[in-house]
Write a protein that binds this ligand. Sequence first.
Ligand SMILES: NC(=O)c1ccc[n+]([C@@H]2O[C@H](COP(=O)([O-])OP(=O)(O)OC[C@H]3O[C@@H](n4cnc5c(N)ncnc54)[C@H](O)[C@@H]3O)[C@@H](O)[C@H]2O)c1
Length: 413
Amino acid sequence: MAATHLQLHLAAPLKPRIHLHKAKTFATINPTKFPTVRCSAAAATPTKRSYNITLLPGDGIGPEIISISKDVLQLAASLEGIEIKYQEMPVGGSAFDLAGVPLPEETLAAAKQSDAVLLGAIGGYKWDKLEKKLKPETGLLQLRAGLDVFANLRPATVLPQLIDCTTLKREVAEGVDLMVVRELTAGIYFGEPRGFGVNEKGEEIGFNTEVYSVSQIDRIARVAFETARKRRGKLCSVDKANVLEASMLWRKRVTDMAADYPDVELSHMYIDNAAMQLIRDPKQFDTILTNNIFGDILSDEASMISGSIGMLPSASIGQSGPGLFEPIHGSAPDIAGQDKANPLATILSAAMLLRYGLGESKAAERIEAAVMETLNRGFRTGDIYSAGNKLVGCNEMGEQVMKSVDSPIPAAV
Ligand SMILES: NC(=O)c1ccc[n+]([C@@H]2O[C@H](COP(=O)([O-])OP(=O)(O)OC[C@H]3O[C@@H](n4cnc5c(N)ncnc54)[C@H](O)[C@@H]3O)[C@@H](O)[C@H]2O)c1
């Protein structure tokens, strides 16, 4: 039953129905009931069985979780007769150490030429004092912008096996199944002007710009409406339209677009209220549409409802080119190199890569079912441990998932 649960949430059949853009090939992106968005050379029904994947381990726990996730990905793919060639490239602080920049040209070029990209995480204390353009985080933003992956899909589901890990009351968390559709390549993280200066009183200031164009709003809103339509038909657009002009335009465009989706129930919520409602009654949400910064914060908050940030995968998808698949957590420098990281968010990101990046849903199902089986067998890393389970490290967790990948998928899944 538990395996079926994940299946329901992360393994919808591929139905290339809605073409958001003029494209020859498509891949579905909604784990539950998904719209179709082109995201790579791969198709919903795969036309080729040989792919190039760029691996970007990054910093901190990144190399540990990518290494084990690659093994899981490779095993699932080979069992389905899929050939994958991997190219590992530096990004973030480790790229700075090697090449003096957080996103070397060669890394972006390799990512663009591949069928999909699997990223670990970037950042760490060592690079915190670098000037902004050299920081690992800048490399990540450049990567997202370079691939133009504007739609970031972050599912947050409470798995029955991990109900004890949520910080909320059981009855509040049980059954939560929501999707944050976050705009990823615009807004305040990218807006100009930005910088430091001095105000009229001679005081030092730092400033950023929250800016959205109509086309930037429309394309992410469309993904969100399509996503909601394929889920439970409820879309909540989160903004700060009582204060911010960029949010006022956002709300107007989203409201106008609702006419194209009479089957989707649209609501609007201010970000401060949404942050509160997500804790008070998370089950009220189905699909949440929001901008870059609000989505960053809300999806981390949502991860706590699920139990651990170490459990949540994400897919970032554009109109063309490869998708970027990564856990939502960071490089966790506090536990890096200690074999304590939970690899499941990255392993599940690899499953999303197979399904939504390559259109290889059977291999994705193998991984998702294996994760569920591993949890059913009681294996837990520290972040999701509760009494009565078996505490394991990152490697052992990965090895247990591999064991389950190798076993046949139960007929019920
Ligand atoms: N996408 C990314 O690469 C990304 C995202 C967020 C933060 N960062 C960077 O990561 C660094 C650390 O940031 P942070 O501490 O705010 O966030 P974080 O997500 O790295 O860590 C937050 C907390 O969650 C824990 N955690 C995270 N992932 C885990 C996992 N897989 N298993 C078990 N525990 C896990 C950490 O140990 C830490 O206690 C910073 O340099 C930040 O800029 C990178």
